[in-house]
Design a protein. Sequence first.
Length: 489
Amino acid sequence: MLLLFEDMGWRKVAPLVYTRPVFDIRCGAFTLHERVRAFFLSRPDLCDQAYLAPCLPLASLSLYRPHLKHTTLGSPTPAQEAAGLVGLARPHLMPAYGPATGLSAMLHESMPITLINGRSLSLSWLPDLLNEPNNTVYETSTGDLLGARLTPSLASLVLYYLREQESAAALHELHRYARIKLVDGLLYTYPWDLIGQAGEQLVRDEPLLAARLPRYTGDDPHVVVRGHPAHVYVAPTAVLEGPIVLDARDGPVFLDDECHIEPFTVIQGPAYIGRQTLVASARIRAETSIGPVCRVGGEVEACIFQGFSNKHHDGFLGHSWVGEWVNIGAMTTNSDLKNTYGSIQVVIEQLGSFNSGILKLGCFLADHVKLGIGLHLTGGSIIGIGSSLFSVHMVPKTVPPFTWGSDVFYEYRLEQMIDVAHKMMKRRNQVMPPAYEQMLREVFAMTRQDRSEVRQTRIPPSSAMHEASNRTLAAFGVQTNEPPVSLSA
């Protein structure tokens, strides 16, 4: 069994991961759980060492969204999940992302467990780990737990710490009982690391994608390939409507299953266009990754789209990260370069302001963000989950989660926000599972302090919201039986 885990590093990317584990962040063509699956599909000879089912190593996770697994694949048995890949995340994420049968049931299967840090970008070290004897631990030069191959008995000891993201404590225990090796491992630390690594990660992902996607051999005169055709990969089900240009001079270009490239599109590699994504007569600059079921137009440079998001119209988006279920209105544009050519500052809630050390950096739009037409965002902006902004010329650089408004901002009414999310998911033939909706309610409760300077609505909280708030407080050791209280204006 393979187990992806979170550590305390999630706090430094918190605005992006309130609604997902760190191993569900896209960088390059894949999220980590997708990359692990692709790795074993390209290396079936290693399935035995990992004790994986040879046909479906990622048996317990769906292709697009892990939180859909229980509705799309049914209920797996402990043995099936032990022969696949599972995740260990923060408590409010476990109902949506964790193993359906529970970790304890899988530990009874008596199979060695391979741990993988959820912030890993490169898996170059994984084949070596799978060939190590049991109870071998890989540690980075910075003292992070990168991975481990453990017996169930030792794994049960450290999982006590890992379920609380206490990887440092887990590593301390492993130093007592396991064999430690220092290895080079690439972990992302801050949100801007995803942007900085995007291009190189696409190049690293080429062997994994080449194992599945054929090289382009079409003879359509309206599809112009610049550079070496061997670095252009096009799925047989992709639709290419010329005239288009696929430019692989600086890196590979990948067009995945059922993507649709409309006329007058230019795609510069390295670039990845995900499954069922529509590129609407756009200029896709280098180092861009677009996940599944997106609608993208205008000019996009060095951006990551997590998936299921829309930027269908004109406007520039550069060096930015876009979560899921995001909608960007026509002509909304971001800046990714300061007039002084200085490095861009980023404010992370509850941690403070950081110098990114990066010259070109755009914005970070968390899940379920909605931006109206003609908005402008400065470099280093972070817009929190579930926010809906409109009719404002310049968006504030930091917007707390669940914020609604224009010149004056209010706390977004949760029921209204969830209703909009249901509607957008339905437009993409997706259904929001109850566990995911409950997760949104708990994130709303745990981020309320971040909205302390946002005007509050007068709508009293629902009983479900009150219960979610109490559960969140209980997780931090605070007990309360107080009834819901109306919010003041």
